[in-house]
Design a protein around this ligand. Sequence first.
Ligand SMILES: [Zn+2]
Ligand SMILES: [Zn+2]
Length: 154
Amino acid sequence: MSILINIIIVIAAVVFMEVFAILFHKHFMHGRGWTWHQSHHVHTDGYFEKNDLYAVWFSVIAAALFISGSLWWSPLWYVALGFTIYGVLYAFVHDGLVHQRWPFNWTPKGGYLYRLVLAHRLHHHVTERDGAVSFGFLWAEKPDDLKAELKGRK
Ligand SMILES: [Zn+2]
Ligand SMILES: [Zn+2]
């Protein structure tokens, strides 16, 4: 039974992180946090960008949760595991599939992964803080809807 509960905690933490990421990306990174996130919307030299500091911070939070979970309250350890799985999925989709920061070239040609790539490319159509669409990383609306939304904003 407790295994089942732990699995549910992990899945809930992954889902929670995507919802949180959408809101955080939309309202903070494209708001007060733009000073870091801007580096990801304009071209910068070198492999790393200031925006990567967000990933560093989230890793620190996950690490703190792992430690708290092992020391004090074990459910937190499973929350941390869910956050970490989300981080891996985010890195695979966002840094890998969309931005090709890995040492090989592979982009999906169809299916939901392709839709994710298209949706995030549309997010990058806007290089300013305001007016962007599609803030999710694992959740993507239909590209045609996003295109229409972008058109309507111009
Ligand atoms: Zn953005
Ligand atoms: Zn991006």
